[in-house]
Design a protein around this ligand. Structure first.
Ligand code: NAP
Length: 286
């Protein structure tokens, strides 16, 4: 079987177009566009690139940006003061703290300082707890994007055997909870899982987020599975590949997402989606 492609770039474009209309509706009702504060500390080139592409996407979706680029020498108290200011700013509906932060800053303290009702990344323990309860408010962007990608195939999640590879707090764990909420039967795998290939072969939905280039090979995949690859790995030759060995696996899967052009663009689209949702909630539009 040659798998059909889940085109994250095309899906993200559709999301941005929908959000542009919704942003215009928020503006018409409140006189204010949905607003996102972006906070970047340090000079990591990849982080600068990520923030730039997020801001470009915001522009396309009619979202106002309050951009903050701080030097590496920024102390934690300064960063917390800025977050406090953005928490109180009525023009701001979402706050993005670009990770990683410099080593002298405690990311956990910083992420918890973001007001839960502006937590567009969905990383605050309040929002994580709401997801555990089954009543999510802000859902973390990457797993939310993965769910939209599965839904775009028309394959129902309900009742499916889903296997999530990876148990990080930003991808694997929240993704497993989102699948559970949609009535999948979910297994979470990690580095200590026994017979990982055997567990993966049971998956009708195989969602991979471990950060190991081409780790999932064709013999680990059931015929007709939906395979979504979150991994982003740069090879020594500079090429970016996923955690899934794309060519051979696409001969077995029914649906597969590429890297690049899969989960990455959808993660950005979901940050915008969360920001616009937040503005609509504040405006009593949902
Ligand atoms: P992470 O925090 O490093 O977690 C990796 C997870 O994979 C851990 O739970 C680890 O298990 C598990 N793992 C590692 N090696 C394994 C192995 N050999 N067998 C089974 N499980 C294994 O990573 P993350 O932040 O979730 O990110 C995962 C990947 O997704 C990375 O490539 C990252 O760059 C990418 N990513 C992409 C996006 C995007 O927007 N496209 C967003 C976020 C992340 P243990 O818990 O046992 O150590």
């Amino acid at each position: 079987m040659a798998a059909r492609l889940i085109d994250g770039k095309a899906l993200a474009l559709q999301v941005r177009e929908r959000l542009a209309t919704e942003s215009a509706a928020v503006l018409a009702k409140t006189g204010m566009r949905p607003g996102l504060a972006t906070i970047l500390v340090g000079d990591d080139p990849a982080s600068h690139l990520y923030v730039k592409s997020k801001q470009k996407a915001c522009d396309a979706a009619g979202i106002y940006i309050d951009d903050h680029k701080l030097p590496t020498s920024t102390v934690q108290a300064e960063l917390l003061a800025l977050i406090e200011k953005e928490n109180a700013d009525p023009k701001i509906h979402g706050i993005l703290i670009q990770l990683p932060l410099p080593k002298h800053i405690d990311s956990k303290v910083v992420l918890e300082a973001v007001s839960p009702d502006k937590d567009a990344d969905g990383f605050h323990p309040y929002n994580f707890g709401r997801l555990v309860e089954g009543h999510p408010v802000f859902e973390a962007c990457t797993p939310k994007g993965v769910i939209k990608m599965i839904e775009s195939t028309g394959v129902s999640i309900e009742g499916k055997r889903a296997v999530v590879l990876g148990r990080s707090n930003i991808v694997g764990k929240p993704l497993a909870l989102m699948l559970l909420q949609r009535h999948a039967t979910v297994t979470i795998c990690h580095s200590k899982t026994k017979d990982l290939p055997g567990v993966c072969r049971e998956a009708e939905l195989l969602l991979v987020a471990i950060g190991k280039a081409k780790f999932v090979t064709a013999d680990m995949v059931q015929d007709g599975a939906v395979v979504i690859d979150v991994g982003t790995n740069r090879l020594p030759n500079g090429k970016v590949v996923g955690d899934v060995d794309f060519e051979p696996v696409s001969q077995k899967a029914a649906w597969i997402s590429p890297v690049p052009g899969g989960v990455g663009p959808m993660t950005i689209a979901m940050l915008l989606d969360n920001t616009v949702e937040s503005a609509k909630r504040k405006a009593g539009m949902m």
